[in-house]
Design a protein around this ligand. Structure first.
Ligand code: AMP
Length: 215
């Protein structure tokens, strides 16, 4: 099963993708997580991406396309994958089509997590991310059992630099301009599914699972 999760920042792509990947035994490919890891490790890729990320801008297509091409070549994608945060531009979607053709793969579903702006802002401004395993929590909606500590791996929780209010606004602007057109792009290919995603994570997950089980 190969899936793409679309949706604005704060739609819950990461949260849904992590659980779904476990349930379906497929690889979770989050370009944001890979980039953050590279920034933390101080790699060349991380150095090139860091400024774009902290300003809420997109990293160049060339860098992320290369990154995803490499990631799709790894053994754990054999059983399938969930793309979370990629593609984010039409150029990335076209490049992904090529990468998939070369590997004789196809996407089963493109799932758009349909989320309202009020919910996005509420989620992102209270989000806490784990430095260890990238799990997300929320100060109100999904607090960790122990403040500041990840339930999953006991790692340290922190607020992402791009979850500050000004940067959230910028990311939403970038989403509307660069990424929202992907909905039309995939609707035209007839494999787009829209899932209402304003509700709590468990309920949204049930909707997504119902959808992929139909296959
Ligand atoms: P995310 O964790 O998906 O919200 O991504 C965090 C940041 O990483 C984004 O705001 C971008 O700066 C960068 N990023 C992640 N995925 C992509 C992508 N597909 N294209 C360009 N930039 C990306």
């Amino acid at each position: 099963m190969n899936l793409i999760l679309l949706g604005p920042p704060g739609a819950g792509k990461g949260t849904q993708a992590k659980t779904l990947a476990k349930n379906l035994s497929v690889a979770h490919i989050s370009t944001g997580d890979i980039l953050r890891q590279n920034v933390a490790d101080g790699t060349e890729l991380g150095k090139q991406a860091k400024d774009f990320m902290s300003k809420g801008l997109l990293v160049t297509d060339e860098l992320v396309i290369k990154m995803v091409g490499n990631r799709l070549g790894q053994a754990d994608t054999k059983n399938g994958f969930i793309l979370d945060g990629f593609p984010r531009t039409i150029a990335q979607a076209q490049a992904l089509d090529k990468l998939l053709d070369e590997r004789k793969l196809k996407i089963d579903y493109v799932i758009d997590l349909d989320t309202s702006e009020a919910v996005i802002i509420q989620r992102l401004s209270g989000r806490l991310a784990c430095k260890g395993c990238n799990y997300n929590f929320h100060v109100k909606n999904m607090p960790p059992k122990v403040a500041g500590v990840c339930d999953n791996c006991s790692g340290e929780l922190y607020q992402r630099v791009d979850d500050k209010e000004e940067t959230i606004k910028k990311r939403l602007e970038v989403y509307r301009k660069e990424s929202a057109p992907l909905i039309e792009f995939y609707a035209a290919k007839n494999n787009l599914q829209r899932v209402p995603a304003d509700d709590e994570a468990g309920l949204v997950l049930e909707r997504v699972i119902k959808l992929v089980e139909k296959r």
